[in-house]
Design a protein around this ligand. Structure first.
Ligand SMILES: Nc1ncnc2c1ncn2[C@@H]1O[C@H](COP(=O)(O)OP(=O)(O)OP(=O)(O)O)[C@@H](O)[C@H]1O
Length: 292
């Protein structure tokens, strides 16, 4: 009997992508799987998905959209163990990148391979975080970019440039598994995954199913540090150094003394002075192409 998969498609994520071609391509390539396509509406989708999921017995769910769509579906199916496959159709696709899925064909291949990872999930002040959240430089960049009326690479480049000129250190207190550390850093990352959507590997040692989260503090000073840091990020060689500190644990609290910007999985948060983070081990199941 054919497997039953639900395919949840966001019709607007990622800008001008022709979804009709993608729908045909997915249908034509997933042999032995019967696909029911449902499009998000932007209005109360989480509740709608909960009832669709409850109505039938699904062998898998494909999610075509960006990180926001993935997170919404995760919160709708959290009490189930239905495996989720990401079709990266967002503008950033951070979680898909962490799972080794870089395009539609990877998404199909991951489902065909049927390799499912039970992935950890972080709760940050109760809110779900699936891959990377951070205070400081990058969160400020995400904020600038999301305030731009234009999208695309040029707009991203402009936001990045102005963010570099405003770069400054912030004071934090990090309490990881009951060990308190006071630091100054331009950016503090709370990591479950390893990769930003740009491909920068911020957490090369991190595993998404080990029950541990990583806290990474970056404090580059001057152009030479920045160039070295960028090379480490793109080569996947970031490690402890005078400008980089990495800690691992199950639970962390961070006090943000200087009002650094904060983002969770690409979504800018309101002013955040304090976070409590716990790592919930192997809570959500994803088709993945990473070796672990
Ligand atoms: N039919 C729809 N009409 C308008 N908005 C929608 C619709 N369906 C979903 N949305 C909105 O899409 C947003 C989620 O988009 P998502 O984050 O997946 O894509 P993105 O912003 O392009 O990608 P990324 O998060 O990777 O940058 C939510 O704000 C949701 O309300």
């Amino acid at each position: 009997m054919a497997k039953q998969f639900l395919c949840i498609l966001n019709p607007i994520s990622g800008g001008d992508i022709d979804r009709n071609d993608i729908k045909d391509w997915i249908k034509g390539n997933l042999h032995g799987i019967e696909l029911t396509i449902w499009e998000t509406t932007g209005d109360n989708d989480c509740e709608k998905i909960k009832s669709i999921v409850d109505e039938s017995s699904w062998d898998g769910i494909l999610i075509g959209g960006g990180d926001g769509t993935v997170k919404m579906v995760v919160s709708a199916i959290l009490e189930t163990s239905i495996p989720l496959g990401i079709i990266p159709l967002g503008s950033a696709n951070g979680l898909a990148t962490c799972l080794g899925i870089h395009g539609v064909s990877d998404a199909i291949y991951a489902v065909k391979k049927d390799k499912v990872m039970a992935m950890d999930l972080l709760r940050i002040n109760g809110e779900i975080s699936l891959h990377l959240s951070d205070f400081g430089f990058n969160a400020g960049l995400v904020k600038k970019f999301s305030n731009q009326t234009q999208r695309g690479m040029m707009s991203y480049f402009k936001s990045t440039l102005s963010q570099f000129f405003e770069m400054r250190p912030y004071r934090f207190e990090v309490n990881i598994d009951h060990k308190k550390i006071k630091i100054e850093a331009k950016m503090v990352v709370i990591a479950n995954g390893s990769y930003y959507g740009t491909g920068a590997n911020i957490n090369p040692q991190g595993k998404m199913d080990d029950g541990y989260l990583e806290v990474i503090a970056l404090n580059p000073d001057g152009l030479e540090d920045l160039v070295g840091l960028s090379l480490d990020l793109f080569r996947g060689e970031l490690s402890d150094s005078p400008i980089t500190k990495i800690w691992s644990g199950h639970e962390v609290e961070i006090k943000n003394y200087d009002g650094a910007d904060f983002q969770i999985d690409g979504e800018v948060m309101p002013e955040t002075e304090f976070v409590h983070v716990i790592c919930e081990k192997q809570k959500v199941h994803f088709f993945s192409l990473i070796k672990n």
